[in-house]
Design a protein around this ligand. Structure first.
Ligand code: GRF
Length: 188
């Protein structure tokens, strides 16, 4: 069973889905937030999972020093896989290389469409017929990297960014545990 750390910055609904999904292939062993006192931390503690805050603000502009502290915590907890779930910091090459092949993210669009922010509004503005979510390996370029899985749904005529966000989030909650289990089963 692979030991997974989930990195969050806020609400943590994807973390909750990963905690609830009872997979044989992985176990959530650690949660780290870069923002103090967020809901994600409370969710981890409620599930009996160790939860740490490593506040990026303590490190000023030194992103690598911030990541070195995260990396040290991951190694202390013997983590095999790192899952980003609403983690709102862009990672430096140091961290991405250190965890290459074992670092995943979930993104609310059908990548390669709409990397970055405001994905729901962008899908609507483009007049797309469908929209969805992607789980992918993290590489240095933001929201790029091999796709591990996608889930899609039709866009309805009366959809708004808010209704899309809600339905995509429900897709994410199913997709992330499946993709993480697949990755966990595939690495040594
Ligand atoms: C999700 O939409 C995810 O795709 C994106 O950030 C959001 C996080 O939501 N990366 P939550 O914190 O998991 O509820």
């Amino acid at each position: 069973m692979k030991r997974v750390a989930v990195l969050v910055s806020g609400r943590g609904s994807n973390l909750q889905a990963l905690l609830d999904a009872k997979q044989d292939a992985y176990k959530i062993a650690l949660v780290i937030s870069n923002v103090p006192e967020v809901e994600g931390l409370a969710r981890a503690r409620a599930a009996g999972v160790e939860a740490l805050t490593i506040d990026h603000k303590r490190f000023g502009k030194d992103r690598e020093l911030f990541e070195r502290e995260i990396d040290a915590a991951l190694r202390t907890h013997k983590i095999d896989i790192v899952a980003l779930a609403g983690f709102m910091r862009v990672l430096t090459p140091f961290f991405v290389r250190a965890w290459a092949g074992r670092l995943v993210n979930i993104h609310p669009s059908l990548l390669p469409k709409y990397p970055g922010m405001n994905t729901h509004a962008r899908a609507l503005e483009a007049g797309d017929a469908e929209h969805g979510a992607t789980v992918h390996l993290v590489v240095e370029e933001v929201d790029a990297g091999d796709i591990l899985g996608q889930s899609s749904m039709p866009i309805e005529p009366d959809d708004t960014p808010e209704t899309l966000a809600q339905r995509v989030l429900a897709l994410e909650h199913k997709l992330y545990p499946q993709c993480l289990a697949k990755l966990a089963a595939s690495i040594p």
